[in-house]
Write a protein that binds this ligand. Structure first.
Ligand SMILES: [Zn+2]
Ligand SMILES: [Zn+2]
Ligand SMILES: [Zn+2]
Ligand SMILES: [Zn+2]
Length: 567
């Protein structure tokens, strides 16, 4: 089919469905989308809450635990012990499909009855890790989010195969890293961005194969450089010693100086590694034929895909998180690990296949419209059927959805082919990841059909001002872990955890003066967003598509011009 222009049901802007898109929709037997790619992405991520934690009682054992579901939000919640116990599987909540009601209304009422897991994690794979969210295979970690295969890490998001690291965003296969953004296969690096294969680098940006560099940008295979100038090993070590960057105020001043230096040097129009073939988007690694994708690794023949951290994903469109041998995914969020052929679903993993319109189906096959179901096949609305009954009823529901579409609160038409409506999410909009990418006030969120519940803020007393934090970790006593410290940015209180105190000592970094949320926000803000603009290379003038909007201060080069800058 030829490409078609459409108007998005949500934002009312034009968007294009390309002929290659139609080929994919035909292959997986779905109608063409009615929301634009951006609105589809934002709708999917209303089903994720990474950073909002609450204390409440488990609805099974009554223990008071930390979880991601607020009491006010009303979702039923089991502590991770109870959720993963073998004494229930979700079919207890099974209901008959009612011909006289909309499928989506029945799915929403089922969602309200079934219990959610306290933290979103493959709990049986965690070792000495209580607090991790959207995670698997964590050993001795604390508040690692979107995290897989890490050991001794804390306060980091989108982190995989990493050890002894803290306060990082988008980091993989690294060790002893602190305050790094977009860092791969690096060791003992801090306050740096977009490093690949670097060792002992501080305050460096877009460097590759460097060691012992400080405040550098766009360098390749260099050592003992400071602000891109070559020094001897002895000179380098003397300057580093004089700068005394273990001291908080020196570090802060140096960071400002470095950012002024970085911004004067050209940036490549997109970030990714040399192993990509035929890709568009940003932060793309080891991928082939990946279009309009963002923050992805190991894609093949994928489009409109985000947050894929583990190799591999094949033939996926509108797929958000997280890979690890995923195939034939369409309009899915947090689905993966040996899973295939899943549509319009969220939280279906591991080894799940042939699932539609479901929300938390663990180790399931052939399910339709199920919520919080474990190790089942041929279920609809959590009710068990025979194979034959299953396929008959599934066909009937799809027909009903097409013939008599549901209309949501915002007036959007939900026929078969739309993702799950935001009303189904167990989160309020302001808790969701969608709010991080597209912040909305209460009134606007409600108008757009999103959930909104007012959640009271926590009560506590500040016991230490940020100006009273010792400037060096060597002068900091262990009892700082008992203090509620005032954040210098948002003025809310925060604590220093055990693992954090140990890591800061190991990495010789001062106690941070801002809370973990503000620290994350700084790293998030330094990463471009998944919006792409047409502009011209600032050197040769050829047209480029980039996530740097034309009004940004950075100098943006095309691939060819950028490569001439890197030496
Ligand atoms: Zn739109
Ligand atoms: Zn419990
Ligand atoms: Zn803060
Ligand atoms: Zn150029």
């Amino acid at each position: 089919m030829e490409s078609q222009n459409k108007i998005c049901q949500n934002c009312k802007k034009d968007f294009v469905i390309e002929s290659e898109d139609f080929n994919f929709y035909e292959k997986i037997k779905v109608p063409a989308p009615t929301f634009c790619p951006e609105c589809r992405f934002l709708r999917r991520i209303t089903f994720g809450n990474y950073y909002n934690f609450y204390k409440r009682d488990c609805d099974s054992c009554g223990n008071n635990v930390i979880c991601i579901y607020s009491k006010e939000g009303g979702a039923k919640m089991y502590c991770n012990n109870c959720w993963w116990a073998d004494n229930w599987d979700g079919t207890e909540y099974g209901v008959d499909y009612d011909n006289n009601k909309y499928f989506f209304d029945q799915l929403i009422s089922l969602r309200k009855k079934t219990p959610f897991m306290a933290f979103e994690a493959l709990y049986p794979s965690l070792v000495d890790t209580l607090y991790t969210n959207h995670a698997s295979y964590q050993k001795n970690c604390f508040l690692t989010i979107m995290a897989d295969y890490n050991e001794n890490c804390a306060y980091s998001t989108l982190i995989t195969h990493t050890k002894d690291s803290m306060d990082c965003y988008r980091i993989n296969e690294s060790e002893l890293c602190y305050e790094c953004i977009g860092t791969s296969k690096s060791y003992n690096c801090s306050w740096s961005e977009e490093l690949d294969n670097c060792v002992d680098c501080r305050f460096c940006q877009s460097c590759n194969g460097c060691s012992n560099c400080l405040g550098c940008v766009n360098l390749k295979n260099k050592n003992y450089c400071i602000f891109n100038e070559q020094y001897s090993k002895e000179e380098y070590n003397n300057i580093l010693k004089e700068l005394n960057l273990e001291n908080y105020s020196n570090l802060k001043d140096f960071k400002n100086k470095v950012e002024e230096f970085w911004i004067k040097k050209p940036k490549k129009y997109y970030k990714g590694n040399g192993l990509n073939v035929n890709v568009t988007g940003d932060y793309i690694y080891e991928s082939k034929n990946a279009k309009d994708s963002y923050l992805v690794t190991g894609l093949e023949d994928c489009k409109y895909t985000q947050f894929v951290t583990l190799r591999t994903s094949k033939d996926c469109f509108d797929y958000t998180s997280w890979g690890s041998n995923a195939e034939l995914m369409y309009e899915c969020y947090i689905v993966g690990e040996n899973s295939s052929n899943i549509k319009f679903s969220t939280e279906c993993w591991p080894s799940s296949r042939d699932i539609e319109y479901s929300y938390y189906c663990i180790n399931c096959k052939d399910c339709f419209g199920c919520v919080n179901l474990k190790k089942k096949q041929y279920c609809i609305l959590n009710k068990q059927y025979t194979k034959e009954e299953y396929f008959n009823l599934r066909g009937k529901i799809i027909n009903d959805m097409k013939n008599n579409p549901w209309k949501n609160k915002a007036g959007h038409i939900y026929s078969y082919g739309e993702f799950l409506p935001p009303e189904l999410s167990a989160f309020s909009y302001q808790e969701s990841i969608s709010n991080e990418y597209n912040p909305l006030e209460k009134g606007d969120a409600i108008k757009s059909g999103f959930n909104w519940v007012d959640i009271p803020s926590k009560q506590y007393k500040i016991t230490l001002g940020y100006n009273d934090i010792p400037l060096n970790i060597s002068e900091t006593k262990e009892n700082i872990k008992n203090e509620v410290i005032e954040c210098e940015s948002c003025h809310r209180g925060y604590n220093i955890s055990n693992i954090e105190f140990d890591l800061l000592n190991k990495l010789k970094q001062p106690i941070p003066h801002s809370c973990s949320n503000c620290r994350h926000k700084r790293r998030f803000d330094r990463t471009n967003k998944p919006n792409f603009y047409d502009r011209n290379c600032d050197k040769c003038g050829i047209e480029i598509r980039t996530s740097y909007s034309p009004d940004r201060p950075e100098i943006i080069y095309c691939e060819k011009c950028y490569q001439l800058e890197v030496f």
